[in-house]
Structure formats: C-alpha cells, structure tokens
Design a protein around this ligand. Structure first.
Ligand SMILES: [Zn+2]
Length: 235
C-alpha cells in the first residue's frame, strides 16, 4: 500500500485532516476471484472515522449479500464462499478471530427470517426470492447501510475519474429498481456517457450533464447483481 495521504480532504465527509488513510472503491474483499491480478484497485483518501464506519458496513453487507449469491457466476466467483467462510469460527486464525466469526454468525442468524409477502416490497432488486427454493429465507439488510455504501461509491468514483469532491452544494440520490425499470436511464447513460470496467465484478457507467460536469447519472453494477443507480445534482 502506498504512503498515507497528508493534509488532504476525506472524499466521504469532506473534512481536512493532517493524516488520512486509503479507502478502497469498491472494498478490496468485494472483488471476485476472476478479477485480473494486474488490475489496479481503486482507492481514495479517507479519514479514519469514515474508514472505520464504512468498513463495518461493508463487512456486514458482503456477508449478507454474499449469502444470496450463486457461487459459480464469473462476475461473483468466490464471493459466496468468502461470506460462508467468514461465518465459520473453526476457520479463525487465533481466538479473537474465532470469536469474531462466531459473533458474526449469530448476528446473521438473528437477521434471517422466512420470506413473507409482506416484506416483498423491501426486497433489493435482483436478490430474490428464487423460484427454486421451496421455503425462501430472507436476510435483513439495513437500508441505511445500502444507501451509505452506494453514496460512498459515487463519491469515490467521482474522485477517481475526475480528482474531484462532491461538495456540499450537490446532492446524491440513490435508487434501487428492477433492471427493466432502469433500462431507459441506462440507455441514456450508454449514449452520452462512459463505461469503466473493473474486471467482470464491477461495471461503472456515468454520463455527466452538458451544462454542469458535476451533475451526473450513474449506473453501477457489482457482481452483475447488486445494481445501484444514482444522480448527482446541484441543490
Ligand atoms: Zn471522513
């Protein structure tokens, strides 16, 4: 890892700090095994507080989403396995790691429930329920985690592509819709924007407004499964 950035701003909270750390966009552990080895993994300057908060969110999301992913897909190879392994105390390195895994396991079990129609409206698009499962199980994911993580990506990608921060006078909105509902927006982004491929596991599309390069429409696909749509607009 390269030297810590100094006297810069955190991409996420916009604060200025004497010393910062690096935040991976997306998290390093989210890259599938099929990611080309030589591919540069994107990272941005981030303060320690944001880094800690985001790590916690990303860990929980990776485990819970990983459990809902077919293990053999190219775009997500190794992700389901990683999620399962992180819940196995017997694989822990040392007592502390074992206890960590046991705790994570209990937490996931607490957040699992039988899938019922009444929660259907809150299901993240592309994440089921699957026709093959006789008695589908749902795992609860905090909506604020999904939103915070998605905004992190938008801020991070903006910094990586333009070297720019999304300032306070801009607002980021994130949307989670079925692929069909997003079709029109994606076509628009394809027509006017640029696609950035980070291996098979991550595809980022962005189109910026003609009159304001900071306003943009985003379509982000992780594992060809977790689809994030976002807009950045002046307040
Ligand atoms: Zn920060």
């Amino acid at each position: 890892m390269s030297k810590s950035p100094c006297n810069q701003r955190c991409v996420h909270c916009l604060g200025v700090f004497g010393t910062l750390t690096w935040d991976h966009i997306p998290p390093e552990s989210w890259y599938p095994d099929t990611t080309p080895e030589m591919m540069e993994k994107w990272k941005v300057p981030c303060c320690y507080t944001c880094n800690q908060e985001l790590s916690k969110i990303e860990k929980e999301l990776l485990i819970k989403m990983g459990l809902c992913i077919a293990p053999d897909r190219t775009e997500a190879q190794g992700i389901a396995d990683k999620a399962l392994r992180s819940l196995k105390p017997e694989l822990g390195k040392g007592e502390r790691d074992k206890a960590h895994r046991a705790k994570a396991r209990q937490k996931v079990f607490r957040h699992m429930m039988k899938f019922q129609d009444k929660i259907a409206s809150g299901v993240l698009p592309n994440f089921g329920p699957y026709e093959s499962s006789e008695e589908p199980i749902a795992v609860l994911i905090p909506a604020e985690y999904v939103e915070r993580f998605s905004k992190k990506l938008v801020r991070g990608f903006t910094y990586i592509i333009d070297g720019e921060y999304i300032e306070e006078d801009y607002v980021i909105d994130v949307f989670f819709v079925q692929d069909e509902a997003a079709n029109e927006s994606v076509q628009l982004i394809d027509k006017h924007g640029i696609t950035y491929n980070q291996g098979p596991g991550l595809i980022v599309k962005r189109a910026v407004a003609a009159d304001d390069s900071k306003s943009a429409m985003w379509a982000i696909s992780i594992w060809d499964k977790f689809k994030i749509y976002a807009t950045v607009e002046k307040r």
